[in-house]
Design a binder for this molecule. Structure first.
Ligand SMILES: [Ca+2]
Ligand SMILES: [Ca+2]
Length: 255
C-alpha cells in the first residue's frame, strides 16, 4: 500500500469522511507510523500515486471523480482559454458539511527539501530576496490581490487561491486523503498557492468569485483565469452562481 506518514490525517479522515473509509483504513494499517517533526508534517513522496495511473483502491463514484493527482500545468492561459475551460467544468450544488482543515495536512513538505509548502511559496514569491536563513526568507513581496508591498515574511500569508473549504465543497470531500494533501501543499503549480497580504487574505476567506474579487482591478483577470485553471485541473465543480459570475466577469473585463 502507501507509506503515508501524516499525523492526524488518517484519524481525521476516518472520523469525518466516511466516503474514504476503505482507503483510510488501508492507510492506517500496516506499518504506517504517524510522525511529525516540529511544525513540519513530513509526507513521503512515495506515498503519492503515479500521476498517470488510476488508483487501485476503492474511491467514491460520485461525479466528479479524480483518478490521479493531476500533473502540474504551469502554462499561462488567456481569458479566452479560461472561458473554454469553463465549459468543461461540472456545474452543481456545493457539498456542505464535514469540512475540517486538518484533513488537508497544511503545511506539509511534499518535495522533501526540509521546508514546508508555506515557506517554499514565501521564498519563491519574494520580489526581492535579501537573505535566506534555513526555511525563512528576508525580502519584499508584492501582494497580488491588493498590490501592497510586504517588507517582512511576518506580513506574508500564503493563500490557497481556491480555498480548502471551497475545494472540499467542490469535490475534495470525495478525494482520497493523499489527493487532499497534494492539493493543499501544491508547490508544483504556482497558481495554487500565492503570497498575499493578511488583510486581503482575511477579506477573501473561503469565498469564491461570486462573493469576492481582488481589490486591485489590475489583479482581477489573473485571479479569475487562475481560478478556472485550478478548478479545471483538479476536476472541481462550480456552483451555478459562481460559474455565471466567472463567465460574466471574464467576458466583460478580460477579453
Ligand atoms: Ca518543501
Ligand atoms: Ca463555489
Amino acid at each position: 500500500m502507501v507509506g503515508l506518514t501524516v499525523a492526524g490525517v488518517v484519524r481525521m479522515a476516518s472520523e469525518d469522511d466516511k466516503a474514504v473509509t476503505p482507503f483510510a483504513a488501508a492507510l492506517a494499517s500496516d506499518d504506517n507510523v504517524p510522525t511529525t517533526e516540529g511544525a513540519i508534517t513530513t509526507v513521503a513522496l512515495t506515498s503519492l500515486p503515479p500521476t498517470t495511473t488510476a488508483l487501485t483502491s476503492p474511491i467514491p463514484t460520485t461525479d466528479p471523480v479524480l483518478l490521479a493527482v493531476p500533473d502540474p500545468s504551469a502554462q499561462v492561459i488567456s481569458a479566452a482559454d479560461a472561458l473554454g475551460m469553463l465549459d468543461e467544468i461540472t456545474v452543481g450544488l456545493e457539498h456542505r458539511g464535514g469540512y475540517n482543515r486538518d484533513q488537508f495536512a497544511v503545511w506539509s513538505d511534499l518535495d522533501g527539501n526540509g521546508c514546508d509548502a508555506r515557506q517554499d511559496v514565501s521564498a519563491e514569491e519574494a520580489f526581492t530576496t535579501i537573505a535566506r536563513d534555513g526555511c525563512g526568507t528576508d525580502g519584499t513581496w508584492r501582494s497580488a490581490y491588493d498590490g501592497l508591498t510586504l517588507s517582512s515574511e511576518a506580513e506574508v500569508e500564503v493563500d490557497h487561491v481556491v480555498a480548502l473549504k471551497e475545494a472540499w465543497e467542490s469535490g475534495a470531500w470525495a478525494w482520497p486523503v493523499e489527493f487532499r494533501i497534494s492539493y493543499a501543499n501544491d508547490t508544483a503549480d504556482s497558481r495554487t498557492l500565492i503570497a498575499v497580504s493578511a488583510v486581503s487574505n482575511n477579506s477573501k476567506s473561503d469565498d469564491d468569485p461570486a462573493n469576492w474579487l481582488p481589490s486591485d482591478p489590475a489583479a482581477v483577470c489573473n485571479y479569475l483565469i487562475d481560478w478556472v485553471a485550478i478548478k479545471h485541473r483538479w476536476h472541481l465543480t462550480m456552483d451555478q452562481t459562481e460559474w455565471e459570475q466567472v463567465r460574466t466577469e471574464l467576458e466583460s473585463r478580460c477579453i
